[in-house]
Unconditional design. Structure first.
Length: 375
């Protein structure tokens, strides 16, 4: 049995999607989640919504990809729905990466990272951005770059490879790196990564975890996407030689065995396009969700039968092993996808926001326990 979202009967009317998209019902929560969870619409005024970050005053900042826009979303009355959406920037090149620190908004734009100072005080009149760096690779293929500030106060960036499968210089491509907030001190912390568009830190030990998209054209069912863990700097995660735990690449696998590399914690679905990921550390969800990882699966683009288009949940066991299950689905109906989850952000109240670049909306996932559940 599947739990239908709150107010589902009215959802087809309530969700008028961004221009060019089709109206659709809200996604469903799988029956394994249990009662009490709801998915509601936070805003439908963020066309092509991608990465998200939260400002110090509660402003939600949202990047985009093909739209070239950066948005600021404000809930003015505290009712958990957006009341106003500002456009902070236009005409940028693939500005998917969004990060916030000390009053400033950081935005990736292919080879550049820009900074908008005191942005929450200037939503109506955003300042001219400062160029933090303009020395990142300018390739368009996997050229969009995810950003986030780490627990060490440094700015982390994922740099994909400019191809489906090829050898690269890991000093330039196929890595996650960090830098000082002013753009200095650039250093690679993890390499052998094909295309990561989501990472986070375990709140219990501050260690880096990230998703990685597997290569194409090895068939419908391989290789898997990956959930990876970097407990220390300098690890190599296999690309282009090895995929998943033990799949040797047909072109580059003979050069190195998979045992030479750091294996993923979890093999995710093949071609699901796992993007944003977030450790849950809030107080709203039931206690068993602490330490679990929510993953946004954007969905396959060239598989004969589509896969992904859902939120999944990675759960650790006492022996250190991780399992993988579907948390929310419904963005795909048959072989037609009306939405594609991208990024996940935990709010101060413990709810989660999920961006959707296909539908141009952001959803809010909340939990409300009943008196019977509290007993």
């Amino acid at each position: 049995m599947k739990l239908i979202c709150t107010a589902l009967a009215a959802a087809a009317v309530a969700i008028t999607l961004a221009a060019g998209a089709s109206p659709a019902v809200l996604p469903k929560l799988t029956g394994t989640v249990g009662p009490g969870f709801t998915i509601t619409l936070y805003t439908s005024e963020v066309k092509n919504a991608r990465g998200m970050a939260l400002g110090e005053k509660g402003t939600l900042f949202v990047g985009s990809r093909k739209e070239g826009r950066v948005y600021a979303v404000v809930d003015e009355n505290g009712d958990q729905k957006a009341d106003r959406v500002y456009t902070i920037a236009t005409g940028l090149e693939l500005p998917i990466g969004i990060a916030f620190r000390n009053g400033a908004l950081y935005v990736s734009a292919i080879d550049r990272i820009l900074r908008f100072d005191e942005i929450e005080n200037h939503l109506n009149d955003p300042p001219k951005p400062v160029v933090v760096t303009d020395r990142l690779p300018s390739d368009k293929h996997h050229g969009w770059k995810y950003l986030a500030f780490g627990p060490d106060g440094k700015l982390y960036v994922a740099v994909g490879v400019p191809c489906n499968i090829c050898e690269v210089d890991f000093a330039r491509h196929g890595h996650i790196a960090r830098m000082n907030p002013d753009g200095s001190g650039y250093e690679v912390v993890a390499r052998g990564i094909r295309n990561s568009v989501g990472f986070d830190w375990d709140p219990s030990n501050k260690q880096l975890w990230f998703t990685d998209n597997g290569r194409d054209w090895m068939g419908d069912d391989q290789p898997p996407d990956e959930l990876n863990h970097a407990p220390k700097d300098g690890l190599h995660f296999g690309y282009p030689h090895c995929h998943g735990h033990a799949i040797s690449d047909p072109e580059f696998g003979k050069e190195h065995p998979c045992s030479d590399f750091r294996a993923p914690v979890l093999e995710l679905g093949p071609h699901v396009a796992a993007l944003g990921m977030r450790f849950y550390s809030g107080s709203m969800f039931p206690p068993e969700y602490q330490g679990r990882i929510f993953i946004a699966e954007h969905g396959s683009w060239n598989r004969s039968k589509k896969i992904g288009y859902r939120l999944t949940l990675a759960t650790p066991s006492k022996d250190g092993r991780w399992s993988y299950s579907t948390f929310a689905e419904g963005w795909k109906q048959g072989e037609q996808a009306w939405g594609r989850p991208v990024d996940i952000l935990q709010m101060s109240d413990g709810s989660l926001l999920v961006s959707d670049d296909e539908a141009g909306v952001i959803y809010r996932i909340a939990y409300h326990s009943s008196p019977q559940q509290k007993k």
